[in-house]
Design a protein around this ligand. Structure first.
Ligand SMILES: [Cu+2]
Length: 303
């Protein structure tokens, strides 16, 4: 279901500016990049359970206060489906604010009626649950989408508390770049958190915002992670702004590492408005080991 302007409560859904800078300084190495876990459909059905509630999670290396997250994870399971699949998803609400919640399948062109992508459902707190059934059309767009709560008036604080994740409709490479099927995939969830929710974040952290009213921006909860890539290796990077309030500038320490492959993979403004697929190629040269010579530092800067 797509948002109309009046329904749009999350500013992140408007637009994302993604910039690869031609020359950039050398940054200190960040933590290793880690993909979120994933749940894949099998035999035409995706069975998944998401329980949302408080959990001890780190963001930019420090505890996030007031976290309410899916399945105990700030970067929760990626739901991977194929065209024509059925999603059977049970959502259980243990949110600590004792507020109702629900689930919106952002960017999916599916039924907005219960038990599908109905943003007017209200799943009560203290253990209330709901069984979603979402039928994916056989002609559905491929690529990455995202899920988040959509209860009227309280969506933003719930997303800020950590409630958002990715969904992938498979087939992007198979349909467009079959020679690349099987390459390593990096799934990057860009999220923002309030500085007041991260009281132990050091001002010396590269993710500490220069404007203290700005949000703390991370990738999969990691501050400027480092991504391993072999020389001449091609990787698929799936990038989505799944945060509540922030715009992101992304920089790489050397654009020789990255090559866009045209077509839909260049597209940064499609139906969900804020996702990008890019292929990254490991740089040539370097005197270290094959793997060491191909590290990429991903840097977020405030805008
Ligand atoms: Cu949305």
């Amino acid at each position: 279901m797509l948002h109309s302007p009046t329904q749009l409560t999350l500013r992140a859904a408007c637009i994302t500016i993604i910039t690869f800078i031609l020359s950039a300084p050398v940054w200190s190495q960040g933590p290793p990049f880690v993909n979120p876990p994933s749940i894949s459909s099998s035999g035409g059905v995706l069975n998944a359970s998401l329980t949302v509630g408080p959990a001890p999670v780190n963001v930019a290396g420090v505890p996030l206060q007031g976290a309410n997250v899916y399945n105990g994870l700030y970067a929760p399971p990626v739901l991977r489906v194929k065209r024509g699949d059925v999603i059977r998803l049970r959502l259980t609400n243990n949110i600590s604010t004792v507020k109702p919640t629900n689930l919106h399948y952002h960017g999916f062109a599916v039924s907005p009626l219960a038990p599908s992508d109905n943003i007017y459902l209200s799943i009560p707190p203290s253990g209330g649950s709901y069984n979603y059934t979402v039928n994916m059309p056989s002609t559905h767009a491929q690529g990455m989408f995202w899920y988040h709560p959509h209860p009227h008036g309280i969506s933003e604080p719930q997303v800020l508390a950590g409630m958002s994740g990715a969904m992938i409709v498979e087939g992007l490479l198979e349909s467009n770049y079959p020679s690349l099927v099987g390459i390593k995939e990096r799934i990057m969830l860009l999220k923002d958190a309030e500085l007041s929710s991260l009281p132990s974040l050091s001002p010396s952290s590269p993710c500490y915002p220069s404007d203290t009213n700005a949000k703390v921006k991370t990738i999969n909860g990691l501050c400027n992670p480092t991504i391993d890539i072999y020389q001449n290796e091609v990787q698929l990077w799936r990038i989505a702004n799944v945060g509540a309030d922030a715009y992101f500038n992304l920089q790489l320490d050397n654009t020789n590492h990255v090559r866009h492959r045209g077509g839909r993979q260049r597209n940064i403004s499609d139906d969900s408005g804020h996702k990008l697929s890019a292929s990254a190629r490991g740089a040539r040269g370097g005197t270290g080991s094959r793997r060491q010579s191909g590290k990429i530092q991903f840097q977020i800067t405030s805008v």
